[in-house]
Structures are given as structure tokens and as C-alpha cells.
Design a protein around this ligand. Sequence first.
Ligand SMILES: *[C@@H]1O[C@H](CO)[C@@H](O)[C@H](O)[C@H]1NC(C)=O
Ligand SMILES: *[C@@H]1O[C@H](CO)[C@@H](O)[C@H](O)[C@H]1NC(C)=O
Ligand SMILES: *[C@@H]1O[C@H](CO)[C@@H](O)[C@H](O)[C@H]1NC(C)=O
Ligand SMILES: *[C@@H]1O[C@H](CO)[C@@H](O)[C@H](O)[C@H]1NC(C)=O
Ligand SMILES: *[C@@H]1O[C@H](CO)[C@@H](O)[C@H](O)[C@H]1NC(C)=O
Ligand SMILES: CC(=O)N[C@H]1CO[C@H](CO)[C@@H](O)[C@@H]1O
Length: 477
Amino acid sequence: MKLLNLFTFVSAIGLTLAQCPNYLKSCGGACYSPNEYTCDNGTLCPVNMKSCNGACYSPKEYHCQNGGLVYGPETGNNSPPSNNNGTPTNPATPEGQKPQRDPSIPKKNGKMVIQIDNKTGGAWRDDEIYWVVLGRNQNHELSYLDLNGDLIRADMSLNDATTPRGNRRYASSIIHKLSDRKYVHLPAVESGRMYISYGEPVYITFNEGGYAGPDVNNPTDPNINTLFEYFEFTTESINGTITFHGNTTRVDFFSFPYMIRLMNTDGSYDRWEGDTGSRDEIFNSFKSSVSDPFKTLVDQYRIMAPCKTSFNEGRTYGDYFDDYINTFWSKYSHENLNFQCDAGSFEGHVEGNRMVFRKSGDNRTFFVDKPSTQDVLEGRGAFDRGSSSNPDLTRIELVIEAQLCAAFNRGIATEPSKWRDPSTYYKSNTVYNEYSQFFHNHSVTGKAYGFCYDDVNDQSTLLECGNADILIIDLKW
Ligand SMILES: *[C@@H]1O[C@H](CO)[C@@H](O)[C@H](O)[C@H]1NC(C)=O
Ligand SMILES: *[C@@H]1O[C@H](CO)[C@@H](O)[C@H](O)[C@H]1NC(C)=O
Ligand SMILES: *[C@@H]1O[C@H](CO)[C@@H](O)[C@H](O)[C@H]1NC(C)=O
Ligand SMILES: *[C@@H]1O[C@H](CO)[C@@H](O)[C@H](O)[C@H]1NC(C)=O
Ligand SMILES: *[C@@H]1O[C@H](CO)[C@@H](O)[C@H](O)[C@H]1NC(C)=O
Ligand SMILES: CC(=O)N[C@H]1CO[C@H](CO)[C@@H](O)[C@@H]1O
């Protein structure tokens, strides 16, 4: 899929006349040949393509939603496109909206680059933007990344300062400002996590074998009033090059918008993920598009994931999914639930307080307990329980649990024929996770980690490639 915009075409055709010659037509001030181009909403696109806010796209591969391009054709099945040689492609985000590589950043053997850009439109200066990278080194020891791109083993002796709020010891030397450095080299890191914050650093306290990071549910946490985002990643060193796996996440909250773009060294992998719109637009749009229960997730710092606040046990909406779960339970007490996923074909039904599943070609039995609202929203309890001590059985039970959890969040639990069709998600008349839906609506690709099993049927923002060259992060406001 090639991205083509108006400016490319005007210069390609080279005519900007008040009146076009007979054999050409006029589109937004440019002349074009109707044999080769069409004029869609004032934008020139190759024939058979359409325009979405200035970007041309093939309606066979993408659709235009809220002014942005989203994976999946305009009608019918929504499977992601892949081009002929199998190179992963992303929907056509206009080039100007993608994070751009800074070619002046030097390379380092055996490491990739993380580049961080201040795209806050002047809202935050470079010396008000902070970043920290934590993870485990090749000996699995907790470490932080220094400005040289080296993992330094971390322990309590690093706690050398006291937080302004909460009076807690924290490690000051692991914190970097964008004004110190706008990039860092990244080696192999196990269970990596990058925190980025505006206005104040994220305070990290090392303890025996681990660390206390920000906990937005703890009112005494020193980071509670700080605007921060984080993402998780793992990098491996394979034959002297880095393989990167990582994703942005909305599993806990949204605080401010950003985009990431991952590229490999030979240019065959180039994908991006992230939020559309400014922070104000996202907050305002959230408040105007979700139903009243979900409106309670917003405070001045963040939009919280439902279970982190009013949908948790004993809270106002703690039973939000209960009727839906009971409807599902009674339906499958009388009939079988059949579904397919990558792991195989399954058939199950309710027996008392649990479901019993069989997998085709397998004579074993798998069990899933009845979930609660919190189990649905957080993928915990019944949806994070292998009942067996046999790891192979447990693995398959967890696959079933992930499928069920995703289907409840997406509002299609009682319609298994829709489970593999993203165009049907978040549309039913029943309840669904509107928080997750919102972040899919406000994603440059339509993908999001709106809840922990959003990777079911490939809806999450996972980016991964070998020979990773650079991860570019555009910080927005
Ligand atoms: C059509 O063009 C107008 C003005 O440029 C723009 O606001 C609108 O978003 C465009 N619509 C689509 C579907 O691209
Ligand atoms: C980034 O920080 C610089 C310097 O602190 C500031 O002048 C600039 O406005 C910021 N850039 C953007 C796009 O906000
Ligand atoms: C690493 O390099 C060796 C020697 O060139 C090669 O045999 C091996 O397949 C490579 N491993 C990977 C994972 O690419
Ligand atoms: C289940 O299948 C395995 C091999 O596929 C077989 O060894 C075993 O006896 C079967 N168990 C039952 C209860 O049928
Ligand atoms: C998501 O987008 C769909 C389609 O435009 C819209 O109907 C729905 O209300 C939106 N929901 C949220 C929560 O943004
Ligand atoms: C590879 C990787 O780090 N994946 C992470 C993507 O985000 C989810 C949700 O936060 C994490 O659970 C994964 O570990």
C-alpha cells in the first residue's frame, strides 16, 4: 500500500492552473488525467482509491473512521492486509503524522536506538520531559539504562534522594531529561519498561530484588499527580543484532497521547502505533462518547481503566457485566458454545458453576470457572486460571479463557460466529468495554491494548521485528 497525498500529486503532474486543458480535469487547484486519477473530496488519488483526510487508500484494504485510516476493508471481513512479499504493512498514516527518524543519531554495534521527540507543541519543554528505562540484564538482574545505553545493575544503594511528595527514598541517577538526551542505545533487555513523564520525573524506589514503581491506585504514591505513560518491551540479542517486541498499552490508564514507530535495518519492517488527537480532544471525546458509567473513569490526570476505579469489586459499577455473564451462562447451560481460534476448534457448555470444554482431535476435558465483572475487565480470576497441574492442559485452558474474556469485553460473548471478525466488535446491544472501544477508535491503526487479552485476534499494538534499528517515540499533548 503506497501512501499518496495531494502534494505528491500536484508536483507529479506539475500543473497548477486556474483552468485545466480539455483533456485534464481539475481537483483542488491541480489538473489531472481522469484515466489515472480520481478526485475524492478535493484530494487526488489513483483510480480505485479514495481519500481520507488527505491520504489516499484502497477501500479494499482500509476504511476511513473519524478522519483516520483503519485496517480492514470498507465492507466485509476485516482481516489485516499483507502485501505480496509478506512484509508487514500498516494502514496509510500520512507521512507527516508518523514519527520521523533523526538521521544524526549515531549507531552503536549490537544495539538499537530509542529516539524520543518532543511533539508537545510547546506545552512541555525538553527539560520538563523525563524518561527512565528499567529491565533485567542477561543475568536476569534488575537494572536501569544509563545514557551510554548500558544496563547497570540496580539495588537499594541507588535510593539517594527523597520524593517531594510522600517523603519516600528514590533513585535520582536513573532519571533522564529530554534536554539531557533525546535518544539512547538499547541492548538486550528482559521485561523492559520505559516510563515517560511530563513536569516531574517518575520516582522509582528499589527494594529487595525489585522496585516500587508508580501505583496510581495508591493515594500516597509520590507519582499519583504526575502525568506519565509507560510501555513494556523485551529485546533479545541475536547474532549481534537486536530483536524487539513491545507495545503501547491502555490496560491501566491513558494519561497523554504518543506514537511509536519501529523500523529494522534493511527497511523491510516499518510499523507504527499510537493515539490520534490531542490530549484535550481525547479527554473531551471520551466524555462525550461513552455512557455514564464509563464517564466516571476520568480525572484531571488520567482516564483510568474501568477496574482501576468505579468498576472494581464493591464499587458503583462492580456488577456491570453480571447480567451479561448470567445471560451467557444460562444460554450455554442449554446449548453448546462452538468456536475456532489458532489453537483449534472447541466445544463447551455450562455444568453448574463451570464450563466444560472439549477440543477437536483431543480427548481431554478443559474447565473454565464462572467469571465476575472484574474477571472480564481484568482477565483475572476465572480468566487467569488453569485448573490443572498439567502445564499443557493449563495452557489450553488459558487460551479458552483469553477467548472468552476478549469476547465479553467486545460485547460478542454469545455470538461466537463474530469472534474472529473485528468489524463486529463493540457494536452489540449488550454491554461491552467502552473504555477499550474508545482507544481503538482513537488509534492510528485501529489497534489498541484496551484490555489485557486484546491480543486475541491480533487487535493489540504489538510491534516486533528482528534486526531492529530504531524505535521512534513522538510525545504529544
Ligand atoms: C473532506 O474534506 C474536508 C475539507 O478538507 C475535510 O474536513 C473532511 O474531513 C474530508 N472528508 C474525508 C472523508 O476525508
Ligand atoms: C520541545 O522542547 C523545546 C525546548 O525545550 C521547546 O522549545 C519546544 O517547543 C518543544 N517542542 C515542541 C514541538 O513542543
Ligand atoms: C547466527 O549466525 C550463525 C552463523 O552465521 C547462523 O548459523 C545462525 O543461523 C544465526 N542465528 C540466527 C538466529 O540467525
Ligand atoms: C486419549 O488419547 C490418548 C492418545 O491420543 C490415549 O493414549 C488415551 O488412552 C486416550 N484417553 C482416553 C480416556 O480415551
Ligand atoms: C467508536 O466509534 C464508533 C463508530 O464511529 C461509534 O459508533 C462509537 O460511539 C465510538 N465509541 C467510543 C466509545 O468512542
Ligand atoms: C512484548 C511485550 O512487552 N508485551 C507487553 C504488551 O503489553 C501488555 C499489556 O501491558 C503486556 O502484558 C505485555 O507484556
